[in-house]
Design a protein around this ligand. Sequence first.
Ligand SMILES: N[C@@H](CCC(=O)N[C@@H](CS)C(=O)NCC(=O)O)C(=O)O
Length: 213
Amino acid sequence: MSNATLYTMPGTCALAPNIAVAWLNAPVTIKTMERGDHKKDPYLSINPKGKVPALQFDDGDVLTEAAAILAYLGAKYGKEDYARNQKLGRKEAEALSYMTSEVHAAYGPHFAVQTFADSDSAQKEIKAKTYEKLAKHYERLESNLAAAGDWYLKDRSFADAFLYVLTRWIELTPLSIDNYPNLKKHRARMEADEGVKLALQRQNMEPLSSPGK
Ligand SMILES: N[C@@H](CCC(=O)N[C@@H](CS)C(=O)NCC(=O)O)C(=O)O
């Protein structure tokens, strides 16, 4: 029986908690909205920020912010086999804060440059700076992953779920995943995972990596 509903939309960072739900086999219903429905009622009365993800509990309480939802899911449904030891837990919190509040936030002008400047020339300049900034973030993610191995924090964690979102979003930018070979392999590794496949399906999304690549 489901205890809560996770609201998602195709292509969004809600994929990270959606993957976590699949990995934990947590009793959470995934509700994938069509783009646009997030700015209308009834969703706005669930999350007035008009963004996904949001986790609504059966008592009506709502938790937003991907990092907070992931922390909740791990604390509530994490099992021993998930290697959720203390060190991994605090490193996971650090990685998720970085990925959500720095890297995701740096995507702001990519997704909505019109909220940063009006003129074409200013928007062009802002976008160019945005991709420079994002390249630095991807370099950091790449070198952290190279040092850790297959998973961002050595053992698989929710940081991998969010990293996967970021390795998908790079395709929306002029940057190329080919410049980040460890991130590229990570993306393919995630897409071979049954939980990730299920989460993609539940969020009406397709994998990006071709087999063998
Ligand atoms: N700080 C929030 C950001 C959530 C966010 O920006 N979600 C995006 C999808 S990745 C969204 O709903 N965008 C829709 C919009 O702003 O119209 C979090 O980490 O959960």
